[in-house]
Ligand binder design. Structure first.
Ligand code: CAA
Length: 257
């Protein structure tokens, strides 16, 4: 597929999407979002793809929603067109998504990274939700997901002041899973995605669904959903194979069923 605002590439069972508006620090506009959604849907539908990496360039993962595109929008336009409706489409993807972040991940860019399942950052990564400094508030779930990630007080401080944090602080506070050098970022993300892709697809799908339940429902309901998913694993060939392989001291041969 040929896109103007993103680049797609497949490595093994991993689909990579690189945001590609370098002149605007990968600011997210409607055209980019439409392409991103098309690429995500294609990877979701492709049975040869087991995990997805979302990344940017060395200077920016994404510096937020495109301020030029938003500046003159009216209240009637944003509400009647439900402006951000398509921006959350990434929520529908059941395959694991790893955000590989170098440079700026700001506003909607940071929020996109937070929607991804795992964030790997380079030492140069910088995160902030600076929306209040340009007269709006976060609109892609940042007020909700950041509270879950780092708690209310730190979230309030970041959102009410727009303060930018570096990779070390992001790792310390649990926003990112790991920080690596800029040179190693893409390899590290690919290594994690490839490891995930070597496991059973239905098992990984259930694991992602179970973890996301912690966001979507109260503990009792989430635990019940986890239990249902856990039991459903016993319908899988890959459960029998995984356990047999362990006991026979050999690597498992998963068949995604
Ligand atoms: N939208 C549109 N253009 C952007 C942009 C954005 N979010 N971020 C950067 N750019 C553009 C700049 O306008 C500039 O373009 P020109 O060369 O044509 O002037 C180009 O990218 C390079 O940016 P700077 O010259 O500003 O680069 P810098 O290194 O001096 O600063 C920065 C980098 C600190 C990231 C700064 O660009 C910045 O603060 N960007 C805006 C960040 C922001 O406020 N993001 C939140 C957007 S709102 C949002 O995301 C809403 C939501 O929740 C959905």
């Amino acid at each position: 597929m040929v896109f103007e605002n993103i680049i797609t590439e497949v490595k093994g069972k991993v689909g990579i999407i690189t945001l590609n508006r370098p002149k605007a620090l990968n600011a997210l506009n409607s055209a980019l979002i439409a392409e991103l959604n098309t690429a995500l849907d294609a990877y979701e539908a492709d049975s040869d793809i087991s995990a997805i990496i979302l990344t940017g360039n060395e200077k920016a993962f994404a510096a937020g929603a495109d301020i030029r595109e938003m500046k003159d929008k009216t209240f009637d336009e944003v509400t009647s067109q439900n402006f951000l409706h398509d921006w959350n489409h990434i929520d529908n993807i059941t395959k694991p998504i790893i955000a590989a972040v170098s440079g700026f991940a700001l506003g909607g860019g940071f929020e996109f990274a937070l929607i991804c399942d795992i964030i790997i950052a380079s030492e140069t990564a910088k995160f902030s939700l600076p929306e209040t400094t340009i007269g709006i508030i976060p609109g892609l779930g940042g007020t909700q997901r950041l509270v879950q990630a780092i708690g209310k007080s730190k979230t309030m401080e970041m959102i009410l002041t727009g303060r930018m944090i570096d990779a070390a602080e992001a790792e310390r506070t649990g926003i990112v899973a790991r920080v690596v050098s800029v040179e190693k970022l893409q390899d590290e993300a690919l290594a994690i995605a490839t490891k995930i892709a070597s496991l059973s697809k239905p098992v990984i799908k259930a694991a992602k669904q179970a973890v996301l339940s912690a966001y979507e429902m109260p503990m009792a309901q989430g635990s019940a959903r986890e239990r249902t998913l856990f039991y459903s694993m016993f319908n899988l060939h890959d459960q029998k194979e995984g356990m047999a392989a362990f006991l026979e001291k050999r690597p498992p041969k998963f068949e995604d069923r």
